[in-house]
Design a protein around this ligand. Structure first.
Ligand SMILES: [Zn+2]
Length: 80
């Protein structure tokens, strides 16, 4: 008897939908998501498009997060 369990969860996601949970908040507008059914990871880019979370995209997000953190720190500092 052949096993038919392989990638069954991703088939569900193709026919139904991915169930994304936020795994990482980059900015107020950019989040990283992971599907809790098949484990697929995606991210929003600066323009708000959903893209696959590659290692390159992850690095971009890291620098964006750093940039926004610095910006916020500066803002707080200026308000004091
Ligand atoms: Zn999925």
């Amino acid at each position: 008897m052949q096993s038919s369990t392989f990638s069954l969860s991703s088939i569900i996601c193709v026919t139904v939908r991915h169930q994304y949970n936020i795994t990482n908040k980059i900015t107020n507008h950019i989040n990283e998501y992971k599907c809790n059914k098949c484990g697929k990871e995606v991210t929003e880019d600066i323009l708000g498009n959903i893209e696959e979370l590659t290692s390159r995209q992850r690095k971009i997000n890291e620098s964006v997060a750093l940039f926004f953190q610095k910006k916020n720190e500066k803002k707080i500092y200026q308000q004091l």
